[in-house]
Design a protein around this ligand. Structure first.
Ligand SMILES: [Fe+2]
Ligand SMILES: [Fe+2]
Length: 252
């Protein structure tokens, strides 16, 4: 049985209890917007970008965990009276938070919620935390992020690729700084990180991409190209009630 458009509209008008005129306007709008459907479809749960959504979710969890882990490292370093190393960790924590935020924003554009998961971390003394941090940053640079990017390239969602590349570059900066510290230390890490306390670290983090620089930025961000005004000078963390928990727990 063939039903023409007028019959359909009449039927819909009766069902929805609205005028034929309103329905004609609605149908015209639908006709105009239909060609844009592929552009709007992603706003409904990431339809059309399954790999991108998966990578962004993994990235969000990984960066959130990195943020929390660096805060734990910072607390431990403060408890051990390594103020400079604590400052380094808190600056990296800020950078990781920006990566997590960027991924969550792209997920929002895709119409996907992301859930924060609290994890437990294996925290050692500051010496072993530095080594662990360097190993994790190296793993991200050499294997995790190249894999993310090759998966994202399959679907070419521009904002996801952009923020993933920003984070990859920022992790290189983290790794370079950690390597610099490790090179100081050789086999005598304990003595060397004590000496590091005489150096004046002064960290700046780009609020757009998480770029982390030691020293006043000399121009626009080398990673995302945004204005130097987007760099925040990170404050040095102060010993807090939380930072003495390790001292207490070790004495018990
Ligand atoms: Fe990160
Ligand atoms: Fe930046």
């Amino acid at each position: 049985m063939q039903v023409d458009l007028a019959d359909r509209l009449h039927f819909l008008a009766r069902v929805q209890n609205c005028s034929r005129r309103k329905l004609l306007v609605w149908a015209a709008c639908a006709g105009i917007l239909y060609p844009l459907r592929p552009l709007t479809a992603f706003a409904q749960g990431g339809i059309g970008y399954p790999q991108t959504v998966q990578v962004l979710r993994e990235g969000f969890l990984s960066e959130t965990a990195a943020h929390n882990r660096y805060l734990e490292y910072m607390t431990r370093a403060l408890a051990e009276d390594y103020g400079n190393i604590a400052y380094l960790f808190s600056s990296f924590a800020r950078s990781e938070a920006i990566h997590a935020r960027n991924y969550s924003r792209v997920l929002q554009i895709l119409g996907v919620d992301c859930t924060l998961v609290q994890g437990e971390f294996d925290i050692g003394d500051t010496r072993s935390n530095l080594k662990q941090a360097a190993a994790r940053e190296l793993e991200k640079i050499e294997s995790v992020y190249p894999a993310y990017i090759s998966r994202l390239e399959e679907e070419q969602f521009a904002q996801a690729l952009l923020h993933c590349r920003y984070a990859w570059d920022a992790h290189r900066q983290h790794k370079d700084k950690l390597t610099q510290i490790m090179n100081y230390s050789g086999f005598f890490m304990g003595a060397v990180i004590r000496k590091l306390e005489d150096i004046d670290f002064d960290f700046f983090v780009c609020q757009v991409c998480g770029s982390t620089l030691d020293g006043q930025p000399q121009g626009d961000c080398p990673i995302c190209g945004s204005s130097v005004d987007n760099y925040n000078n990170i404050e040095r963390p102060q010993p807090t009630y939380a930072s003495i928990k390790y001292n207490h727990s070790e004495k018990e």
